[in-house]
Design a protein around this ligand. Structure first.
Ligand code: NAP
Ligand code: MG
Length: 493
């Protein structure tokens, strides 16, 4: 088996008997890139009072795409004041009226779906088939779903009197820039709050374009304000005294810092942080299906996924054939140009993230784990990392404990369901998990015993606006999606 695999590896560059896929690049001419962008404050695009700007690039080519404003403290202050002023109008508007605006945003996103998908892939490096089939449709779905709740809040929380919180400060990461903005904006707006949103430094362009959509939908001025910038802008925003609610998605480290800032302030906080999910495969699982789930679980979006199935727990009896199958499947992954419709794995989001992945992979090798990488050619420019799988991993290794946030899988084995649960829970995180087995009773049993906010059964990475998503332990608290997500933006006393 190992020998066969080796031979396959040698052949792999000339995949499929030498018949490789022809390039199928998505056109970019319909995406009008603006040379520079202002901040959206009070319904207008304004130059930053800070007078600072920074460049945003394509991680696949390192080309500069645009310049964006870096909001300083004065800009944060202006945006929070604009949101406060708009709150008078928005919070008192009948829910059915607010719903109309949200439906408009959803429909415009659908109409401009191709433009958004291409821009997302250009700025963030993710494959176009993912931004086209996952990010953009789900973003629209979140607005549709929450539009439906806007006039039904009393029914969502029977016997309670739901009141909006006021001004929400929302900070989002770079792995799903548009989708995370939608996850944050849609429930906040449906519940009657106004918002100041800060996209991540490396991926501001789709959030800025969403700002245009919000203008096109004619939301009242100041209901949504968008501030681009880096960590300091985020820190100034969440620390601003005029903010009533903070919603953050990103690293556990920054989440902890925000929690310290807000302690004792009485402000509401939800944190969606990192993860180190176990994807557990039992010997009775449908193996071919499980392989697809494993690949989707860790190589989707280059592994830049907080709920990625980065620890594969496989029952010892099938470990060898499963890993062999997995490597054969990995050898067929197409790595490269995010804008090519055939690409499975795109560019790493930034040089900093590439350095972090490289360092953690080196630590795995130094610890004694065995790395195998999919044989593929990487483009000369840009940030890339080969899909990687580690075997001979001990639970104490950093690659089994820390979030790598890249296309790197660690394989561990177990013998009994109890051992699987114990290993799955042996992490400071608790965001998601996967179980692959033929037995329904085992799925229910494991789902109950795993400290994970989401447990997928015989599938992975499924998202739906109706379904609450969030973590335990160092993965944060609070839920996004469903009625639970809506509740985080309301005073229900
Ligand atoms: P991060 O620093 O936590 O960034 C998340 C967001 O917070 C970004 O908009 C960021 O701005 C902003 N930010 C940074 N420092 C802040 C502060 N002190 N106060 C308020 N906001 C602040 O995450 P990262 O540096 O981009 O990624 C580091 C690691 O975090 C990743 O390797 C991964 O492990 C994890 N991560 C998890 C998720 C998730 O979905 N749970 C998402 C992204 C990253 P800048 O973009 O300008 O830094
Ligand atoms: Mg950062």
């Amino acid at each position: 088996m190992a020998e066969q695999l080796e031979r396959r590896e040698e052949r792999a560059p000339a995949r499929f008997g030498g018949l490789d896929y022809a390039p199928a690049p998505e056109a970019t001419d319909h995406v009008k890139l603006r040379a520079d962008h202002g901040l959206l404050i009070g319904g207008r695009w304004v130059d930053p009072l800070s007078e600072r700007r920074f460049k945003t690039i394509s991680p696949a080519t390192e080309e500069v795409l645009a310049e964006v404003a870096e909001a300083g403290e004065e800009d944060v202050d202006a945006a929070v004041k604009a949101a406060r002023a708009a709150s008078k109008v928005w919070s008192r508007m009948p829910g059915a009226e607010r719903a109309k605006y949200l439906y408009r945003i959803a429909r415009i996103l659908q109409e401009r779906a191709r433009e958004f998908a291409v821009l997302e892939s250009m700025n963030g490096g993710k494959p176009i088939k993912e931004s086209r089939d996952v990010d953009v449709p789900l973003a629209a779905a979140h607005f549709f779903y929450h539009a439906g709740w806007a006039d039904k809040l009393d029914y969502a929380f029977p016997g309670r009197r739901p009141v909006p919180l006021g001004v929400a400060a929302q900070v989002v990461p770079w792995n799903f820039p548009l989708l995370m903005a939608a996850w944050k904006l849609a429930p906040a707006l449906a519940a009657g709050n106004t918002v100041v949103l800060k996209p991540a430094e490396t991926t501001p362009l789709t959030a800025l374009r969403l700002g245009e959509v919000i203008q096109e939908a004619e939301l009242p001025d100041g209901v949504v304000n968008i501030l681009t910038g880096a960590g300091a802008t985020g820190a100034a925003l969440v620390g601003h005294a005029g903010v009533d609610k903070v919603a953050f998605t990103g690293s556990t480290e920054v989440g902890k810092a925000i929690q310290r800032t807000l302690a004792g302030s009485g402000k509401k906080l939800t944190l969606e942080l990192g993860g180190k999910a176990a994807n557990i495969v039992f010997e009775d699982a449908p193996l071919d299906q499980a392989i697809e789930g494993i690949v989707n679980g860790i190589y989707f979006n280059q592994g830049h996924v907080c709920c990625a199935g980065s620890r594969l727990l496989v029952q010892e009896s099938i470990a060898e054939p499963l890993v062999d199958k997995l490597k054969r499947r990995m050898a067929t992954l197409r790595v490269g140009d995010p804008l090519d419709k055939n690409t499975d794995v795109g560019a790493i989001n930034s040089r900093a993230q590439l350095d972090k992945i490289t360092e953690l992979v080196a630590s795995g090798e130094a610890d004694g784990a065995k790395a195998w990488q999919a044989p593929c050619e990487l483009p000369a420019r840009g940030f890339w990392f080969r899909p990687t799988v580690f075997t001979h991993v001990a639970q104490s290794y950093r690659i089994a404990q820390e979030e790598i946030f890249g296309p790197v899988l660690s394989v561990l084995t177990f013998r009994t369901p109890d051992e699987a649960v114990e290993k799955a829970n042996n992490t400071p995180y608790g965001l998601s998990a996967g179980v692959w087995t033929d037995k329904g009773s085992r799925i229910l049993d494991l789902a109950n015993r795993m400290r994970a906010g989401v447990v997928w059964a015989n599938t992975f990475n499924r998202f739906d606006p109706t379904s609450p998503f969030g973590g335990y332990k160092e993965s944060g608290f609070g839920r996004e999606g469903g009625r639970h997500g809506l509740a985080a933006y309301l005073d229900l006393s």
